[in-house]
Design a protein around this ligand. Sequence first.
Ligand code: URP
Ligand code: ZN
Ligand code: ZN
Length: 490
Amino acid sequence: TRYDLVIKGGTVVTEGGPRLCDIAITGETIAAIGTDLNGAEEVDATGLTVLPGGVDSHCHIAQVEPGMGHGAESMVTGTSAALAGGTTSIISFVSQHAGEEITDVLAETLARGETALADYTFHQIISDPTDKVVLEDIPRVVAAGLRSLKVFLTYEDAHLTDRAFLRVLAAAHREGCMVTVHCENYDAIGWMTEQLLAEGFTEPKYHAWSRPEVIEREATYRTICLAELVDTPIQIFHVSCHAVAEEIERAQKRGLKVWGETCPQYLVLSATDMDRPGREGAKYMCSPAPRDASDVEDFWDDIRRGVIDVISSDHSAYFFEGPENSKETAGANADFSRIPNGLPGVETRMPLVFSEGVSKGRIDLETFARVTATNPARIFGLYPRKGAIAIGADADIVLWDADRRVTITNDLLHHAVDYTPYEGMEVTGWPVATYLRGTLAMKDGEICAEPGQGRFLKRGTYEMATPRGITPNGFEAAKIAPRPAARAAE
Ligand code: URP
Ligand code: ZN
Ligand code: ZN
């Protein structure tokens, strides 16, 4: 057989482990994996590692927001950055805005998606689960091909009370959706912030003081309990440290469908980065906050053992300077509570995890492929089409130079913003070519894909988002038609 394209002689990271072989592609999918395969086009991958295209299941790219927030990155810049960093599929967000129909925001978000260079889908954020949202809008979102919801337990305009959270979990249980959760205690952060500001503690480093580990740990435990009550599969977003992972591991040991995600910023940065002179610390401000560096080895162990099984970027890009979408929108001297939270990272995600993980001997190549591609694809219903090098899968493939040393600078990157928190950091291992569904999309840092080449990934039912069928007392409360919100609140 003569295939369209054969990638020859690389170290191919399959789910069965790395092996020296060829990959043959016909059309958009992988047709064969073996030796001595022949193609109309052949690419020599000798000396390179061949990885599944990354799946970044948490990025705020082209998120439709009124006013301030996430606006810096367009679908074009965000997905170009993704491809340059070895990521071929992203999951961004459809938000919910006060006074606007979810279905209108969904339509606008889907329209923005049409300019993508990489494949994409969305999580639906629910910040106000009214009767209409729960009964009509969530089913419509599911019919449109989304299968995951996102809730925040903190942030002024987004946080849910426990009762509202339960309504979302119940809707997800009925619809077969995964619920992803930002776990921090809103009231505790508000109270801590008041105390700090009253003492005149306003600099960026106090962002971390306002939301210590315990505030995340409490919200994580509460989330796990509420999800157990309703019987809804959940993923805890951006787990920052080992102490939080311990809560997740306890739940997993009890058989609950609870997964944990972390991000490179919690492996590479620490709270001391926010304690840099002047406003510089704002470059490292995200929520949860980067923690003390001393327990990072325990955290890597959580990744090795699969307690934390996804490393996404939580790409949430703000300019450092400028009047709009920047860290100084509230003024150059704004206190920490008024500086937008979030870091750019979609392009540096895989290089940082490879360098800190594989090159430093903390994880093997299979674990790297699992946490950056296979597991996010499985947890969000994209597998086996995405996330692994396997026959029949989309030919999303990255050629990786494991020995290449690169000093990260913002000039190298394709995202829209004016800084990277990893400026000056040297990494070992870098993507040299990215294929999206069999077509070369990036080579040596040059993007060759065009806007519109990315495809919307429609998701159906899948095992990981299916409830276990176990509730306390056997009473499946989520199956009962939802009570009107006004009565429920009495
Ligand atoms: O600080 C962060 N993580 N900003 C992005 C939004 C979120 O909380 O995920
Ligand atoms: Zn979050
Ligand atoms: Zn996020």
